[in-house]
Design a protein around this ligand. Sequence first.
Ligand code: F3S
Length: 109
Amino acid sequence: MAYVITQPCIDVKDGACTAACPVDCIYEGGRMFYIQPDECINCGLCLSICPVDAIAWDEEVAPEAHRFIEINRQFFSSAVSGLGSPGGWEKVMLPLDHPDVAAFKKESA
Ligand code: F3S
């Protein structure tokens, strides 16, 4: 179980959540941030600080955002970033995203 970053973060990347996280388990990709689910300690401090409500508890993720549970996990896999569990974000942006996020098209207003 872990917190999950979802679609509203894409192309917003406010970043306030990273300052709130006591274990630095939120990592920056090209279009959004991702939570390393094995490093997340489930404290929930990131949840209320996100201005676009992009973060959810994985057991409470809305059905339309459910795929982001796997998107956050898969971002760290060898198939995507290969980061694994590095033990803490160090303000380095990886110039890549999960393929579903890289291909994501925001609805135009
Ligand atoms: Fe994204 Fe919200 Fe964090 S926009 S970077 S999840 S504060």
